[in-house]
Ligand binder design. Structure first.
Ligand SMILES: Cc1cc2nc3c(=O)[nH]c(=O)nc-3n(C[C@H](O)[C@H](O)[C@H](O)COP(=O)(O)OP(=O)(O)OC[C@H]3O[C@@H](n4cnc5c(N)ncnc54)[C@H](O)[C@@H]3O)c2cc1C
Length: 571
């Protein structure tokens, strides 16, 4: 489907809102000059607009399928993937020592968003591989790194992540896949994994599965889990794919959307695997990949939202219905309610994109400086980025469908595909409910210090603009104070389940405040006049006020949630 990469918005956010200049000023990323950044964005846009966007419908109409145990991918996907790999995009932020470009995560995030807009179901393959590369860089032995990283970085091989089992979804600790030492430094992996994205394909030389499994002496729960690299084909002495490993794709799921992405049930039957990280230290190692993927999945939501927005806007500018209140304007875009939808879409995408890029910048700053405060910032923002980014994808795709009227539910228009494709992003990579619990649990376990530091920065910006932009700055400052009080009350709540009862609204309240901050920064950069300032006023006037109701819900505890017995719910 037609797609135009939002380069102006991406450039503006990098230059004026998320502090990318600090990343460029570090020694580690000194080569990412403004010229290099521009060249990367332009080339990425060209690939996504020209080669990937045309694949979007093909993936939907011709899903990946399993033929005699072999996965056949959607028409054009092999060529699309090869174009991604040939451009070096899989290894954009990977270590140059293994062939990567060593670019900041902030730029990889821009590219991942554009690929998600263009063709979400294909984008998952390079995104998973990027996460696997990061996990291997951080935790694998030198021998594994030397063998696998160059091939993954080049995109010749792809990576998957294997956590989920029928009885172990959100509760990863319930997994039963076994790993038995074979005495030669390798392990025999046996068990079933379900819902494995891109579990196999017909266009890469190998598929490398990162599999969570339990050793015979592994304790129950997450503490006893180890991580293994299990390739589809065992590398021979020269490092090329050799004999087939003892694993297979049992079936592919028939899904609501994302038809082009093969979602596999995988069976491991004593497959040979190599330990990544220490024995029983699998969750820590896998978290490297999961944190990368949580940012990546949030960005998937934003990418789909951007594409759905463009699509809906084009329809709204073209479709004529009734008399409009605006002179010389006869399309539905002139109707107030359609404007409300379109403005909401644009304002939400801007806010979610700013949060995602801020998360990436914090990750880059941590990598470049080693400062723990940046690690804490990235950790704090990651669940917000994942949940709000994907909720934005769903909300905006839904509004996009509504803008289309009846045409929205007619598949040929493509509006429905965005909604079907993006829906699962709120579920996989840790459901959005689990993200919210992570935010009020683990991420406030520092007594709210990381959140407090972030709120200090937001208030300082709002203070500085109180004189010049009072209509935007004042509400942002007020909302920030409300969030600070809410955070303090949650931190003081000693019953974790009471915090969990308010976790989702707390996360959304935080996203509203962060969104207000990003829009305020944009308005300041524009001098308070122009389209970005108008959008900021829209966000502050219509969407930011939601934070108050959300904060009230965040403090509602859990008692009312259990007020009805299960029998009462049935009755
Ligand atoms: C298309 C697709 C692709 C996927 N790709 C992969 C992949 O590549 N690799 C992989 O390993 N997995 C993958 N998954 C699995 C995905 O990560 C899980 O579906 C997800 O983690 C949720 O697990 P579940 O489906 O078992 O739901 P459940 O865990 O059964 O959750 C059901 C509901 O209960 C809630 N819930 C569960 N536990 C709690 C709790 N403790 N507190 C509060 N609420 C709770 C959840 O939020 C959810 O709303 C994929 C799934 C899909 C659908």
């Amino acid at each position: 489907m037609p797609y135009t990469a939002p380069l102006n918005d991406l450039r503006f956010l990098l230059d004026h809102v998320v502090g990318f200049d600090a990343v460029q000023a570090t020694d580690r990323f000194a080569e990412t000059t403004p010229d290099v950044t521009e060249a990367i964005l332009t080339e990425a846009a060209k690939l996504c607009e020209g080669e990937l966007a045309p694949l979007q419908r093909a993936g939907d109409l011709h899903p990946a399928r399993l033929e005699n145990g072999v996965v056949r991918t959607s028409p054009g996907f092999a060529e699309g993937y090869r174009a991604i790999a040939a451009g070096g995009w899989v290894g954009m932020s990977a270590d140059p020592a293994y062939g990567g470009m060593g670019l900041p995560m902030a730029l990889a995030t821009c590219m991942n968003e554009m690929m998600s807009s263009a063709c979400l179901s294909l984008q998952i393959a390079p995104m998973m591989t990027q996460g696997q590369i990061e996990a291997l860089e951080a935790h694998a032995s030198d021998a594994l790194k030397a063998l696998y990283l160059p091939r993954l970085t080049s995109g010749d091989w792809v990576g998957t992540m294997n956590l989920t089992e029928p009885q172990a979804g959100s509760d990863v600790g319930a997994l039963t896949t076994k790993a038995v030492p074979k005495g030669d430094g390798t392990y025999a992996i046996t068990g079933q994994k379900i819902y494995i994205s891109w579990g196999d394909n017909d266009f890469t030389g190998n598929v490398c599965h990162l599999v969570l499994a339990r050793l015979p002496d592994g304790a129950p729960g997450t503490k006893g889990i180890s991580l293994f690299l299990v390739p589809r084909h065992l590398p021979d002495a020269t490092g090329n794919p050799g004999v087939a490993n003892a694993l297979k794709v049992v079936s592919l799921e028939h899904k609501l959307g994302l038809h082009g992405s093969p979602t596999a049930v995988m069976q491991y039957e004593g497959a040979t695997g190599w330990l990544v990280g220490p024995e029983h230290g699998g969750m820590r190692a896998m978290f490297t990949m999961m944190n990368n993927a949580r940012l990546g999945v949030g960005v998937q939501g934003i990418g789909v939202a951007e594409a759905a927005y463009q699509h809906a806007l084009a329809h709204a500018r073209d479709r004529k219905q009734g008399q409009t209140p605006v002179a010389d304007a006869d399309s539905i875009l002139a109707h107030a309610d359609v404007r409300r939808m379109v403005m909401t879409m644009r304002a939400e995408v801007f806010a979610a994109r700013a949060i995602a890029l801020s998360t990436a910048v914090a990750t880059d700053m941590h990598h470049a400086t080693g400062a723990e405060s940046w690690a804490a910032r990235a950790a704090l923002l990651t669940p917000i980025c994942k949940a709000y980014g994907t909720d934005t994808g769903i909300r905006v795709a839904d509004l996009g469908l509504q803008v289309h009227g009846g045409m929205g539910v007619i598949e040929e228009t493509g509006a429905a595909q965005y909604l079907r494709d993006v829906r699962v992003t709120a579920i996989y990579e840790g459901t959005n409910g689990i993200q919210a619990m992570d935010l009020v649990g683990r991420k406030l376990a520092d007594g709210g210090e990381a959140m407090s530091r972030l709120l200090d920065e937001i208030e300082a910006l709002a203070e500085s603009a109180r004189g010049s932009l009072p209509d935007v700055a004042e509400p942002v400052w007020q909302a920030c104070e409300t969030l600070r009080e809410t955070t303090e009350a949650l931190v003081a709540e000693t019953r974790l389940n009471a915090r969990f009862g308010g976790a989702q609204p707390y996360l959304m309240a935080a996203a509203r405040v962060l969104g207000g901050h990003a829009h305020l920064a944009a308005a300041i950069a524009e001098g308070g006049r122009g389209p970005r300032s108008a959008l900021a006023r829209f966000f502050v006037g219509r969407l930011l006020p939601e934070h108050g109701a959300l904060a009230a819900q965040a403090l509602a505890g859990d008692k009312d949630l259990y007020a009805l017995d299960p029998e009462d719910l049935v009755a």
